[in-house]
Each structure stands twice: as structure tokens, then as C-alpha cells.
Design a protein around this ligand. Sequence first.
Ligand code: ACO
Length: 325
Amino acid sequence: MKAQIIGTGAYVPEKILSNRDLEKTIETSDEWIFGRTGIRARHIAAKDESTSDLAVKAAQKALKNAGMTASEVDLIIVATSMPDMFFPSTACIVQNKLGASQAAGFDLSAACSGFVYALSVGEQYIRSGTYQRVLVIGAEVMSRLTDWADRRTCVLFGDGAGAVVLAPSDADRGILSVHLHTDGALWDLICVPGGASALPPSEKVLVEHLNTIKMKGSETFKIAVRNLENVALEALKANQMTVSDISWLVPHQANIRILNAVSSRLGLPKEKMIVNLDRYGNTSAASIPLAFDEAINDGRIKRGDTLLFLAFGGGLTWGAAVVQY
Ligand code: ACO
């Protein structure tokens, strides 16, 4: 029994922070940021908005789109690197705010690969027959994990949420495969070193901003390109497909140069790649469902299309999902 996606939804906070705005607070330029990353602007959560608020708004749209009520949800998985609090999980808070009283819920942490990891877990519950309706959400308030004095990282990230509803497939369509990979030896390429059990909150953590994202950008860049290409080829081979079978590539939105390098190595025309990072930046686990929902709503992605989701992030983690939408 395959799992199919029966509804999608997304939400970004109202406030937009442009590259021009950033020019006023750090030594940077729109030219540098756009030229190196493809990003022009990102959305920033309001002071009273937390990750669960973004997740709930995306989830409500996905449920409406699926023609369902919250009480019909069996399981909520929230992929996030920036939960509302250590515990309870953000999924518990989302369950309450949604009124999904019958649903179990938990969070999943795989940094920017979180959505593809969460999709794989949700898919397994459907395949096994355990659950009939699974809400998979990627939601992040990256702006509160960001060191706003570090120009090498603060220009990259944004806030947002995307959600999908999974149900048993009544036809051939659905999630055809998911391939996941991890290389924990490279954990320190992208990490938030402080503020948790390894380095609890202290004056040093706050003064040295160790509770914010640290990234070795250029090393990460090269590995991201290689690993995304490899996992894409692995996914295609497993489905006896070639690149020409893919209607749309829906990649994690980290950097346009990474995406262009991956598409040209795969021989996939750039016109077949969904890109929205110019307006949202890197929203980590939210980026794939956000791009996916947007491309459905503007009419690019249609029922029956074959999609390739590609994710890469801290961990290191990476993965690919092939979906017959
Ligand atoms: N404005 C102006 N100059 C800058 C800025 C900025 N915002 N940031 C860095 N620079 C400077 C640097 O100081 C450096 O100057 P120097 O040569 O005098 O020291 C120069 O620009 C080049 O810096 P690099 O870091 O080498 O720039 P690079 O071309 O590698 O681009 C970037 C940096 C955009 C971060 C890129 O490396 C990248 O996208 N890496 C991959 C990110 C990624 O995929 N992350 C995975 C997901 S994240 C997650 O999982 C949470």
C-alpha cells in the first residue's frame, strides 16, 4: 500500500527582510548575497510567532486542501530544528492548537533534510496500515537560531512552514521511494554547538553566540553538490527511471549555485527545477513543502507529475524521494 499526498499547505510570516535591509545592519550587499546565493529576501516571524504557529497555519491549509478536519488526523510529524521548546514536542503543541484530538505526534530532527526524513516516516506508517491520515510538517523559525552579527550565515536563512497530508493510495500514484543518508563524522560543518546538553546555556554561550548556527560554507557547498547528485541517481536507478522521467525537481532551497550545479550534473533542464529561494532564503525543513505547495498553486505541478524531492542539511543528512503526484 503506497502513501499518496492528498493535500498541501504553506505559510510564511508577513515581515519581509530584504538584502537591502541587511545592508543597513551588517557589512554586506545585495550584489554579494544575490550573486553568491540567489537570495533577495526572506520572511521573519513576528515576536509573538513561534514554530508551532507557523506549522499550524500551514497544516490548516493542507487539511482544507485535503478536504479533511483536524479530528481525522491520526499522526502529526513536525520536522524542525527550532522547536517551540525542548519539550513538549512542537507536534504536541500543534496537535492542541489544531484540535487534532485523535492524533499522536512527535518531532523529527534532521536539519534541512527534515521534511524528506519525516515524509519517509509518515509513508512507513501508511504502508504498514497503522495509520490512515498522517500530517507531515516542516516548520522553522531560523531567525531565532541565527547570529545576526555573522554576515556569513545570517543572510542565508528565513522562516516558514509547509505541510502535506498523507493517505493510502487508491491508485498507482504515491511515494514511490525514499532514500536517506547520514554522515555524522561531518557534524561540525553545520551545527548549533551551544544551548543544549553538550554545552548548556552559560554566559560564554551567550557572549560567543554559540547558541546560533555555525557553518563551514565552502566545504558544505562541495559536499552538498556531490551528495545530492549521488542520491538523485540512486533514487532514479531504484525506480528504473532516467532524468527525463522527472517532471519536476523540488530541491531543498539552500543556494542557487548548488541547485544549478546539481541540475547540470544530472542533465536536468533548469526549467524543470522549482526555485523560490530568491523570496524565502533557506527555510531548512520547511523549504521543500513550501516550494512544492507554491508550484502546485501556480499550476506548474499537476496531478500525475513525477517529482523528485532532494534534500541536504546539517548532520550531515541528505535524501531523495520520488513521488508520483
Ligand atoms: N557579504 C559580503 N561578504 C561576505 C558575506 C556577506 N554576507 N559573507 C561572507 N563574505 C565574504 C567572506 O568573508 C569571504 O571574504 P574573504 O575571502 O575576504 O575571507 C568571501 O566573502 C567569500 O566567502 P565564502 O564563505 O568563501 O563564500 P562562498 O562562495 O563559499 O559562499 C555560502 C558562502 C553562500 C555560505 C556558500 O558556501 C554556501 O551556500 N554553502 C552551502 C550552504 C548549505 O548548503 N547549507 C546546507 C543547509 S543548512 C542546514 O542544514 C541548517
